[in-house]
Structures are given as C-alpha cells and as structure tokens.
Design a protein around this ligand. Structure first.
Ligand SMILES: [Zn+2]
Ligand SMILES: [Zn+2]
Length: 450
C-alpha cells in the first residue's frame, strides 16, 4: 500500500482492534469469527504431506530471513541488499534469475512440467518511518528523505512478503520434477512509490518486459494486515481502490471584503465546488454498482479578513473500485468544478493525476481458488469487503488474471496491534507459515487444475 495513500479507514478503525470480539470491523473487512491464534500456524493445512513437511523445514529460515530484512530495510528503488539476498537465494535453488529490472527488481523462473505458468509477487521496499517497536531486530537505519533525516522501517510489512516468497521458492524448487508447471517469482521494488519519477514498481517491471518472454497464466500475491494471525481475507472483483489525486485552481478577481460585487469571489465558489463534488458519489453515480469516495484534503486561499483573494486551490483524493466508474467520476469532477465556477463568473482548472488502478481479483480465478484458501486457513478464511487503500499489484492483475490476499499478522496482545505504516506496526511471525502455505497451495492447486 503506497505511502501517499491515505489509509484513514484503517487508522481510525485499527485502534479499536479487539481480537476477542466476535464480530468487528478492521480496516473495512468484516472479521466474522474469533480466531484461535496459531491455529493455522503449525499445520500447513491440507497439502501433500511431503510439501507440508518442506514448509515446516523451511519455516525457521523464513523467520530468520524476515528478521534480517526487517533489521535492514531499504526505501523504494534502493533495495540493493534485499534484492541481492533474493537473487542469491534463487540462484542457489537453480533458477534462471534476472536482476536490475525496474532498478532493483528480481525475477526468478523455476521450470517444472508442461503445466501452467504461475507468477507470485512480493514487494520489497520499506518506508521513511522511524520504528518504535521494541523487538531485538528493530530497524536502526536512517536516511535522507525529502530533505529530512528519517528512520527507515518495514512499516508496511513487505519484509514478511519477501521472506514468505523466498520460502515458497525453496519449497517449490525442492519438488524437482514433481512440480507440474513453471513458476515466475516477481520480487518487486518501490510499491510505496518514489519521489520525482514517472514510473516505478510493478508498472515499470511490466514496461521493462517482465511478461514479454513468458506470460504467466495467473498471478498471486499477498499483503500482511493487522487481522488476527490465522486469517486470510479476500474477495472477488474490486479488492482495493484506484487512488487518484485531483487539483482544482479556482480563479476569480480580487476585491475588498466589504465590496464583493467589485470582484469575483473564489472562496465562495470553491466552497460550492466542495459541496458539488459530494453530490457525485451520493447523487450521480449508481451506488449499488461499487463504492466511490471523493475527499477534499486541502483548500487554500486568501491572506487576511477584508480581502477577497483572486485564487483558491483545492486538492483531494478519489477512490473507486471499477474502471468505468473511475473514468466517469473524473469527467464529472471536471464538469462540476468548471460549471459551478462558470456560474459565478470564475474559472476552474482541474487536473487529475492518476495513481494505481483498481486491484481487481479475477472472479473466475477467485471461485476456483476459494476452496484452496478455505482448506489452508480453515475458519480463518474470510470473504471480506473492499479496502479503500491502493496497491500496484493491480498492474500485474490487469495483464493476467490475478488474486490478491490479506494475511493476518495481528498479535494476540491488542497493545501490539497497529495499522500498516504506523511506527508501531508489528507483524507476528507466527503468521509466516500460513503465508508460505497459501501461496504454495494456490500455485500447486492451480497447476493441477484444482
Ligand atoms: Zn504500504
Ligand atoms: Zn504495502
């Protein structure tokens, strides 16, 4: 989930996290049952016993990798140490390894039988956050970011994603000739975005040809989230939002505050635009189709009480779960702002800066793999609600059918449960085997036509 993304829902709701509640809402997803922590952590449920044994064997190593990566976080496009660790591991397993894709990305190809090609993705970047978690492997790394010295932390939990996928690679490579198809391991940089770049992360990996020579049949990925350990949540169709930014400059004509008729008031006009924008989601689009949000995050104009300024700026975020609605809402924002401004004799210049697209799970793939997820997570599997944060896994899932999951890493102790991007974000490592099991089982079941 990108840093630029306002995870308000999460932040406000996570503080209420109470694992013991039978039904509560965490980050927008309904947690339907009390989960006994660790239930799914020891049993790599319902896999071939030989594969399950391999997962058990690799678990201590996955934990060690995760701690090591956690203690050595790197910002987007600077994941040099992490990608070297990954590339070395994949080479040791005998894979074809490509490095330096999209700056620091790594792709490993593991060839098995003639079956399908399954892509598995893990993002590798940390965030400019100073860690406040009291653990022996807490990050002490600092860096310069946006002109400030800040800590670097795996505050979104991507350390877990890397370690889990390295574990999956070891398990699947260990199957040798018994692996029914081909696996493409995508270790992606810069999911959180980078400053001053046109392109990064998943989009850049694709534009540099990640899927050109070998196009996967499907792509799977997961993200850790402060749900209870033992839980996996996902849903068909829109799982995470498209996140777009808009800026509106309302231009009027400056005048005395006592004589508004002497000019054109951009403050009142901007206020009407703020209200007008709210009618798009509530009055103009079909609310039964998919949710949508238009928020104003910044409004700026004026210098003192008795001067009506010449200009006001507005800025905000747009969240949508359907690409057609996304385009339609952009058009309506333009129309609303321009016509309200025109009605006052002002003008409105609207810029919309597109962010990550909707993360859409392929419905057929979801239906096909749901039994697999139910098998590995048992009662910990949940079909949840959409999440209004964004993820650039969506670019991969726009190329080939994709399925993305949330993996619960929330501790039993509510004091340790904090949202992603918090300096207190803590992932309980007991969740790691379930992550390895889920991606392994999805891969093998898909290859075996289950
Ligand atoms: Zn994030
Ligand atoms: Zn993330």
């Amino acid at each position: 989930m990108p840093l630029t993304d306002n995870l308000t829902t999460l932040t406000t709701l996570m503080s209420k996290a109470q694992r013991k509640l039978l039904s509560t809402t965490l980050g927008g997803i309904l947690v339907g049952a009390a989960l006994s922590a660790g239930a799914a952590t020891d049993s790599p449920g319902a896999l071939d016993p030989a594969v399950a044994a391999k997962i058990k064997d690799v678990t201590p190593q996955v934990v060690a990798w995760r701690r090591d990566i956690h203690a050595n976080p790197e910002l987007g496009n600077q994941e040099f140490r992490t990608s070297a660790l990954v590339a070395e591991h994949l080479r040791t397993l005998g894979m074809e390894v490509q490095t330096g894709i999209a700056n620091t990305g790594v792709i490993g190809i593991l060839r098995g039988g003639d079956g399908p090609v399954v892509a598995l993705r893990a993002d590798m970047d940390g965030l400019p956050v100073t860690e406040q978690v009291d653990i022996p492997f807490a990050s002490k790394v600092t860096t310069e970011y946006n002109g400030e010295t800040v800590g670097v932390m795996h505050a979104c939990g991507h350390d877990n994603h890397v370690a889990i996928l390295m574990g999956v690679a070891e398990v699947l490579a260990g199957m040798g000739d018994d692996l029914p198809g081909t696996v493409m391991f995508l270790f992606q940089p810069a999911e959180e975005g980078v400053l001053d770049a046109e392109e990064w992360g998943a989009k850049q990996m694709l534009s540099e040809g990640a899927f050109d020579d070998l196009k996967p049949d499907v792509v799977f990925g997961l993200h850790v989230f402060p749900y209870p350990v033992g839980m996996i949540a996902t849903r068909p169709e829109g799982l995470m939002a498209a996140a777009d930014r808009y800026e509106i400059v309302v231009k009027g004509r400056q005048t005395h505050g006592a004589m508004p008729w002497g000019g054109v008031d951009p403050i009142v006009t901007a206020s009407q635009i703020v209200l007008g924008l709210q009618t798009i989601a509530s009055r103009q689009v079909d609310v039964t189709n998919a949710p949508s949000i238009i928020s104003v995050g910044r409004i700026e104009g004026g210098l003192r009480n008795n001067i009506i300024p010449g200009e006001v700026e507005l800025e905000g975020t747009i969240r949508t779960f359907d690409e057609n609605m996304r385009d339609d809402i952009h058009e309506r924002i333009r129309n609303t702002a321009e016509h309200i401004a025109a009605s006052a004799g002002a003008t409105a210049e609207v810029s919309i800066i597109k962010g990550y697209p909707v993360l859409k799970n392929d419905t057929a793939l979801y239906k096909r793999m749901k039994p697999t997820l139910s098998r590995v997570a048992g009662k910990g599997f949940l079909e949840g609600k959409p999440v209004t944060g964004a993820e650039d896994f969506s670019y991969f899932a726009n190329e080939v059918p994709g399925l993305f999951l949330f993996l619960g890493v929330g501790s039993d102790d509510p004091k340790l449960v904090h949202p992603n991007h918090s300096p207190l974000f803590y992932a309980d490592e007991r969740a790691l085997p379930l992550g390895v099991t889920a991606l392994t089982a999805l891969t093998l079941d898909f290859m075996q036509g289950r």
